[in-house]
Design a protein around this ligand. Structure first.
Ligand code: AMP
Length: 215
């Protein structure tokens, strides 16, 4: 079972992914998380990706597909977050899956008005150690600037600054949004309103996954 969570930056893909993994036991593949970890560890891949990630541009498709191949095992149950992000990546994903006799089963597209996406991104804070996600408006830590889970300092992602957040949304519109039409054409896309509160968004996403499983 392969489920893709699609949506603009700030639409809550990370938050909802954590909930869905707990609920369904999927393996989680978040290309943004992998790039951030590789950059922090200064690996060769991290060094190649760094300038793109920090400036809010997409990492080139070839590099992304190289990274993903081998991390998706045929027959696995995966929740994909932030991948694919271009139509070429979607073709690459189909090729990887086809080799293992699999295909994408469901694409859940989180929709959110642009001003709200910018507001959510610029108010997001993450733990510098464990990666837990907070929000200075809607999900404040118990002690300001400190992670509830591990006690490390909270930081703002470099690419969550207002200018870079705006660029990432533009990149989403130009390069990633065409995937909505692409997967609609395949008749596996479901749109979910991401402006509702997180419990309701989770319920709507789960209803689509349950409907798929019942088929
Ligand atoms: P995210 O955490 O998903 O918002 O991703 C953060 C950044 O990582 C993006 O702005 C891109 O620079 C890079 N990135 C993550 N996933 C991809 C992808 N599938 N294709 C290209 N770039 C990506």
């Amino acid at each position: 079972m392969i489920v893709i969570l699609l949506g603009a930056p700030g639409s809550g893909k990370g938050t909802q992914s954590q909930r869905l993994i707990k609920r369904y036991g999927y393996q989680y593949l978040a290309t943004g998380d992998i790039f951030r970890a590789e950059i922090a560890q200064k690996t060769e891949l991290g060094q190649k990706a760094e300038s793109y990630v920090k400036s809010g541009k997409l990492v080139p498709d070839g590099l992304v597909l190289e990274m993903v191949t081998g991390r998706i095992q045929p027959g696995g149950k995966y929740l994909l977050d932030g991948f694919p992000r271009t139509v070429d990546q979607a073709h690459g994903l189909s090729d990887i899956l086809r080799r293992g006799g699999a295909e994408v089963d469901l694409v859940l597209s989180l929709t959110l008005p642009t001003p709200e996406a910018i507001r959510r991104m610029t108010s997001r804070r993450i733990c510098s150690k464990c990666g837990e996600v907070y929000n200075v408006i809607s999900r404040r830590p118990k002690v300001e600037g400190v992670c509830d889970k591990c006690g490390a300092a909270l930081i703002q992602r470099e690419d969550d600054s207002t200018a870079t957040a705006e660029r990432r949304l533009m990149v989403f519109e130009l390069q990633t949004h065409p995937l909505v039409a692409y997967y609609k054409g395949e008749q596996i896309l479901r749109e979910i309103d991401a402006s509702a509160d997180p419990d309701r968004v989770e319920a709507a996403l789960a209803a689509e996954i349950d409907a798929l499983k019942a088929r």
